[in-house]
Write a protein that binds this ligand. Structure first.
Ligand SMILES: [Zn+2]
Length: 258
């Protein structure tokens, strides 16, 4: 293990300015970024837990995400209310995905809890699998509650018609990594990517990227939205693969809206 540690130290030193620059605009956790992990190879998902102590949950956690959803418990889950407002487009290529940082004041409510929308981003292919099936892409809308816990809404994306909302985003893809682009003359509303039916699967899990913190109330919408093959290909041409493999449920129960 010794040589491995030396490599990490050297690469940490070389890439420091990059990390500082991205953390300023991207924050931490699901919205964060560090050059030290990837989706394949030496720093891929099976090694995340060894990269540094802060990432230990990726290996030692017992409530990790994503998961495969097949056996569920039908339950009278609270409706989700989306209180999303339009915001100027703030878009960043953080090295792992395309992320859109959201202006303050948009939120969801579930029962008596409210969570503020921080950002959304994409994975290819989908991270969650439904009855063994993966989808071409999955969008994650990351919200934070007053207690610091997160509620992430997962929207599965299946191949079909061209998606107008995605067209707007892809028309403004940043050329370089690590810098947030504010496109003041383009306003977006995240509501536009939500399916009409917002019945969902619900379970307790983690961030699907390092540090894999187990602080997420996962809400995976049952109804996928459509995206064209060309739109998926455009994303895949930048990020070949951006999905963590499914993790064991370890006895967790996935609830499903009745
Ligand atoms: Zn995600």
């Amino acid at each position: 293990m010794k040589p491995f540690k030396y490599v990490v130290i050297i690469s940490a030193f070389l890439s420091l300015p990059f990390i500082v620059a991205t953390n300023l605009s991207a924050g931490s956790g699901e919205q964060g970024h560090s050059i030290h992990w990837s989706y394949e190879g030496e720093y891929g998902p099976e090694h995340w837990g060894e990269i540094k102590n802060d990432y230990c949950k990726c290996k030692a956690g017992d409530s990790q995400s994503p998961v495969g959803i097949s056996i569920t418990e039908k339950a009278p889950l609270d409706n989700i209310y989306f209180n999303y407002y339009s915001t100027p487009l703030k878009i960043i290529n953080n090295g792992h995905t395309i992320q859109i940082n959201y202006g303050k004041g948009s939120s969801i409510s579930i029962g008596n809890k409210q969570y503020e929308l921080l950002q959304f981003h994409f994975h290819n292919p989908s991270e969650h699998r439904i009855n063994g099936q993966s989808y071409p892409m999955e969008a994650h809308f990351v919200h934070r509650g007053e207690d610091g816990k997160l509620a992430v809404v997962g929207v599965l994306m299946e191949e079909g018609k061209s998606n107008d909302f995605i067209r707007t985003l892809w028309n403004n893809l940043p050329k370089e990594e690590g810098k947030e682009h504010v496109v003041t003359d383009v306003k977006i509303n995240a509501n536009q990517l939500m399916p009409k039916n917002t019945n969902y699967y619900n379970y307790s899990g983690s961030l699907t990227t390092p540090p894999c913190s187990e602080i997420v109330n996962w809400i995976v919408l049952k109804t996928p939205v459509e995206i064209s093959k060309a739109q998926v290909d455009r994303f895949t041409s930048i990020f070949k693969k951006s999905a963590r493999p499914i993790q064991p449920l370890n006895g967790r129960i996935v609830k499903e809206s009745k």
